[in-house]
Ligand binder design. Structure first.
Ligand code: WQD
Length: 339
């Protein structure tokens, strides 16, 4: 009993978590519909772990598809649920797409877990549930603020669904992981962030600008109440984040019938300008940077208190902002070669 269902396992965080699951002795069973990922990620995973991962293409909100996978793998003892749309801006333009997919897929999954007596769940949530925290670093007791976007609201609803299922029926142990800002790539350069189309997030925009795929980078506002005027975030290396999922799985196994949320960040805030300056320094590059208007919906600053994850999950991040920006650039260079 060491197979783990990984929904969205071909995605950025999912693929890195699949690698860490293998290293920890688990057998990941990946399902993904490639709506926000690419089949070549599976080749990258295979190159790293030395074998083709177990994979089924399909939508985990499709009950028949999900049941067909679970029936083939009765040794699945847990699930890590990544499959969800996550573009804040897109969710404002197309909220029903987000409600249908993000909430619908979790509802189908929770029913299937109960039917197949799968008792461990790790859920991919987000620091966006906090909005702009009133005190920093933000801990898990901070109030859940009004969501700035339909995307953020789906994460709040999903967290509540998991809590309500936990309260209603014994058996499920859940760890809800509130990610801060995942960045970087596997050091092999074989897997990394694959934004489809124009990236929303800062670091892929930086690496694409450095690769000449974008005509420079715009800093969205430098008039915030921060030391250099640019927004502050908690940038966490995606490999550290992946390891946190394995630690959370272990915690659900050792703590049956539990339900806890954990902040997964470094505990350190860096400004947009600091990220840009660090990228230039560690990769010996110069970026073309302009200052633009603030981006609607951005919070001024947020970074995590990691005490609960350290104490209960026995997890702490090990990689630095510099490590992540070196790894992100290596991955972008490999992508450019393949293009
Ligand atoms: C970071 C900072 C921008 C691009 C994201 C996801 C959210 C959650 C956390 C998963 C902001 C600035 C960006 C650019 C810029 N992830 N920026 N120029 O908004 O903190 O949230 O990560 O759950 O879902 O949306 O990340 O990388 O978009 O922005 O100045 O070209 O970089 O204004 O201050 P964000 P981001």
């Amino acid at each position: 009993m060491n197979s783990i269902l990984v929904t969205g396992g071909a995605g950025f965080i999912g693929s890195h978590t699949v690698v860490e699951l293998y290293k920890a002795g688990y057998t990941p069973v990946i399902i993904d519909d490639f709506s926000n990922s690419h089949p070549k990620v599976l080749q990258g995973i295979e190159s790293i772990i030395g074998e083709a991962p177990i994979f089924y293409q399909g939508d985990c909100s499709d009950v028949q598809f999900l049941i067909s996978v679970l029936a083939k793998h009765p040794d699945i003892c847990g699930c890590i649920h990544f499959a969800a749309f996550k573009a804040v801006g897109e969710s404002v333009l197309n909220p029903l797409k987000y409600y249908q997919n993000n909430i619908g897929s979790l509802s189908v999954l929770l029913n299937a877990l109960r039917e197949y007596k799968i008792t461990q769940l790790v859920f991919s949530s987000s620091c966006t549930v906090y909005g702009q925290p009133t005190s920093l670093p933000v801990d898990e007791n901070a109030s859940i603020e009004h969501a700035n976007s339909p995307y953020g609201y789906t994460k709040q609803v999903c967290e509540r669904m998991i809590c309500d299922v936990h309260a209603s029926v014994k058996g499920l142990s859940s760890a809800v992981l509130r990610y801060f800002n995942p960045i970087g790539a596997h050091a092999s350069g074989l897997i990394g962030e694959l934004p489809l189309g124009t990236p929303d997030n800062l670091v892929p925009f930086i690496t694409q600008s450095a690769a000449g795929l974008r005509d420079g980078l715009t800093i969205f506002g430098n008039d915030y109440n921060t030391p250099d005027g640019t927004c502050i975030r908690d940038y966490i290396h995606v490999v550290d984040l992946a390891k946190a999922h394995v630690a959370a799985l272990t915690w659900t196994n050792n703590n049956p019938n539990s339900c806890e949320a954990f902040n997964i960040g470094t505990g350190k805030g860096n400004s947009v300008k600091e990220v840009i300056d660090t990228f230039e320094l560690v990769n010996d590059l110069k970026l073309k940077v302009a200052i633009g208007e603030r981006r609607p919906g951005d919070v001024e600053q947020i970074y995590a208190s990691g005490l609960k994850a350290k104490e209960l999950l026995k997890w702490t991040p090990e990689l630095s902002l510099a490590d992540a920006l070196i790894d992100a650039w290596r991955w972008q260079q490999n992508l450019s070669v393949e293009a």
